[in-house]
Design a protein around this ligand. Structure first.
Ligand code: PHE
Length: 446
């Protein structure tokens, strides 16, 4: 590893990892999943998954990256060589790099829609906002050309940033984007607490109703925990490779997790009051919550169209800071192996994601009727990555770090006290693998 590729100061790693974690998963997926899975019941299970699976896996993944100091594929390879492990472990690095491109392919489609919505101004004299909004969305997604335009633009920006390098591209952009993001979300949350039904939103998110907990809520919450923390595919491992040697992992990762969870909750506390303020709207409208329901709600609020644009700027910022981390693991490998330069490498990988993304675009329109194993193309990508590849990657990371790596050195490197260390090891060795395994089995028997 070239010494130029170490983040400057402790904050860059924190902001970069938080940038990766905070994304569409927090601002779009979390609110709609909470909305469709019984609100507080989902939130409770989600918190448990974050604490018992997310925290240990994220620490382990960062540690693996810093241990290897290379791209995830080569960091895993180093562990395999150092500990004389079976060749099959190497699959982990590859699976992650491929999962990154697969996620990026559809992530960029949704991020593109969000970016386009910055410019969606509902006419102030519109007599039927509901019709306007639903029609706007269906016309937008019904047009492959429009979607391809925004998908290309978003992916282009992502590749441009990554092509500029880890320090000058990703590091500098993140240092500017993340503080902006935090400011915007606080601003929006204040706006929505003044204009919307804040109390009802608060109860919806925090009033625990255990009767709503079911296997499908648990599966959804675990998938969401992996996705939102960007764990199980190497994004965090890649960033861990650029982390300063003396930065305490045990103190750093909880900060990232708190930031990620706070943004998800703030997003919920921004969106739900606005939606609840309008009696005809429902928070359980699913993926359309942001693009169909929310614009209707904004339209009846003071300065609604300005705040609606600010809201979509926020989502676009969150999405860029995540998408760069989806393509970085593979790009780092291509550069390391000197197959291509970083710039050419990211263009070629971006092209793969772009082509794959067309499938997701078409599943809104010309491939609407085409199903593979009962899924349309987009849902298949989403299911394979979030519900299979990320948890599988997470499981492998737990086993590798929990059962294989040398513990004494790790305890010192992570800078943990004994209590936290024991919690970490028990979660990595038993709690997380057993939970992930059980949830996996439940797919096949349900
Ligand atoms: N964590 C990101 C989000 O919440 C998505 C992501 C997943 C990014 C995996 C990188 C790796 O939107």
């Amino acid at each position: 590893m070239n010494q130029n590729k170490i983040w400057q100061g402790n904050w860059t790693f924190i902001l970069a990892a938080a940038g990766s974690a905070v994304g569409l998963g927090n601002i779009w997926k979390f609110p709609y999943m909470a909305g469709t899975n019984g609100g507080s019941a989902f939130v409770l299970i989600y918190f448990l998954c974050i604490l018992l699976i997310g925290l240990p896996v994220m620490m382990a993944e960062t540690y693996l990256g810093r241990y290897g100091r290379k791209s995830p594929i080569n960091s895993i390879k180093k562990v395999v060589t150092d500990f004389n492990l079976s060749f099959y472990w190497k699959i982990l690095g590859w699976l992650g790099a491929i999962a990154g491109l697969m996620i990026l392919s559809y992530y960029s489609v949704f991020a593109g829609i969000a970016a386009a919505y910055i410019f969606n101004f509902m006419p102030s004299n519109e007599v039927d906002p509901v019709y306007y909004s639903l029609n706007y969305f269906s016309e937008f997604v019904g047009s492959p050309m429009k979607m391809i335009f925004w998908h290309t633009l978003f992916l282009g920006i992502t590749c441009f940033i990554v092509g500029k390098g880890v320090i000058d591209g990703i590091g500098k952009t993140i240092n500017f984007l993340m503080p902006t993001l935090f400011l915007l979300i606080i601003l929006l949350c204040i706006y929505s607490s003044f204009t919307g039904d804040f109390l009802r939103a608060f109860n919806f998110l925090f009033d625990a109703d255990f009767s709503k907990i079911s296997t499908s809520v648990i599966i959804a919450a675990m998938g969401q925990a992996f996705f939102t923390l960007s764990i199980g595919m190497g994004a965090i491992m890649a960033y861990g490779a650029y982390m300063p040697e003396d930065q305490p992992i045990a103190k750093t990762i909880p900060v990232i997790i708190i930031l990620d969870t706070s943004v998800a909750l703030f997003a919920g506390l921004t969106i739900f009051p606005i939606v609840f303020s309008n009696p005809i709207l429902s928070v359980s409208s699913g993926p359309g919550l942001l693009f169909e329901t929310l614009p209707i709600a904004f339209s009846s609020l003071p300065y609604g169209s300005i705040f609606s644009s600010i809201f979509f700027i926020l989502i676009s910022i969150a999405a860029v800071s995540s998408s760069v981390s989806l393509i970085e693991p593979f790009t780092a490998w291509v550069e390391e192996q000197q197959i291509f330069t970083r710039k050419l490498g990211v263009i070629i990988l971006g092209l793969f994601a772009w082509i794959l993304g067309l499938g997701s675009i078409f599943s809104f329109n010309i491939w609407k009727e085409i199903f593979i194993f009962g899924f349309d193309f987009l849902s298949l990508m989403d299911f394979l990555t979030n519900n299979i590849m990320l948890p599988f990657g997470g499981l492998a990371i737990c086993l590798l770090v929990g059962w294989v790596l040398e513990k004494e050195k790790m305890k010192k490197d992570l800078k943990m006290n004994s209590g936290f260390y024991n919690f970490f090891i028990i979660c990595l060795k038993y709690v997380a693998p057993i939970s992930i395994g059980t949830i996996f089995l439940s797919y096949f028997f349900s």
